[in-house]
Design a protein around this ligand. Structure first.
Ligand code: NAI
Length: 252
């Protein structure tokens, strides 16, 4: 018996990095997983890895900036597996790195649309499906940059602060209907997102590592295990929480 036997989880951005590790961690605990991403190749890789380990997963091409696409993602969970218990709203992008006043409207909007509106769109369709399943747990992927600022990343920082506020509010709204809503706030994690932001250069990486008292980046598995815990019965009184997993970054 595994703790998530007979449950169903959706993970957005599950074709890479933290989302991929989280989808695999849900499956390892017995959940059937809907692997959602705009990247079909990455999604297929995640499904293969889950199946190779003996788990159950289905890929659905889903763009969190598109309403119909997100609706279809949740419908897939229900049509394939009959219910929805857990959702990890993880899809996100880093965006342009510039001082605030140098950002174009499009650069600002793209980050907000994926990272913040995308989480809201996901919740909008996940909550009704969870209510049909007598409750569930939502875990939104925020960031330490949902708690503190970071130069040249104002759209990202604003989007993640928004995710934290959305999490706290949705938690209050559904607390008496069996749905818990929490967020994870990772420090810097070793994923392709860092490379996309130019932070894979050895000097830049050293500087980022040094911002964490543990003097290292986090791993995707260290974030996936936080998501799994938030979905577990051990977290049954935990809602509206932003669980920081950052090697001490925000303790400074
Ligand atoms: P990643 O780049 O490895 O994975 C992100 C995934 O999201 C990719 O598979 C990508 O195709 C997908 N994606 C992008 N736009 C999408 C869209 N519109 N619809 C659906 N899927 C989309 O990045 P990583 O690092 O795994 O990031 C995952 C989440 O964790 C993001 O929300 C990120 O902001 C957050 N995070 C990451 C940190 C890090 O240092 N890597 C630190 C704190 C938070």
């Amino acid at each position: 018996m595994s703790q998530f036997d007979s449950t169903v989880a959706v993970v957005t951005g599950a074709g890479s990095g933290i989302g991929q590790a989280t989808a695999m961690a849900f499956a390892a605990e017995g959940a059937s997983v809907v692997v959602a991403d705009i990247d079909a190749e990455g999604g297929a890789e995640t499904v293969s890895a889950i199946e190779a380990a003996g788990g159950a997963a289905t890929f659905v091409e889903a763009d969190v900036t598109d309403d119909d696409s997100v609706a279809n993602m949740v419908e897939t969970a229900v049509s394939e597996y009959g219910r929805l218990d857990f959702a990890c709203n993880n899809a996100g992008i880093g965006g342009a790195q510039k001082p605030t006043a140098d950002l174009s409207f499009d650069e600002w909007e793209q980050v907000i649309d994926v990272n913040l509106n995308g989480v809201w769109r996901s919740i909008k369709y996940e909550i009704p499906a969870m209510l049909e399943s007598d409750g569930g747990v939502v875990v939104n992927m925020a960031s330490i940059l949902g708690k503190v600022g970071f130069e040249n990343a104002s759209a990202y920082v604003a989007s993640k602060h928004g995710v934290v506020g959305l999490t706290k509010t949705a938690a209050q709204e559904y607390a008496q209907q069996g749905i818990r809503v929490n967020a994870v706030c990772p420090g810097f994690i070793d994923t392709p997102l860092l490379a996309a932001g130019g932070l894979d250069d050895p000097e830049a990486r050293k500087g980022i590592e040094a911002l964490h008292p543990m003097n290292r980046l986090g791993s995707v598995d260290e974030i996936a295990s936080a998501v799994v815990w938030l979905c577990s019965d051990g977290a049954s009184f935990t809602t509206g929480e932003t669980l920081t997993v950052d090697g001490g970054y925000t303790s400074r």
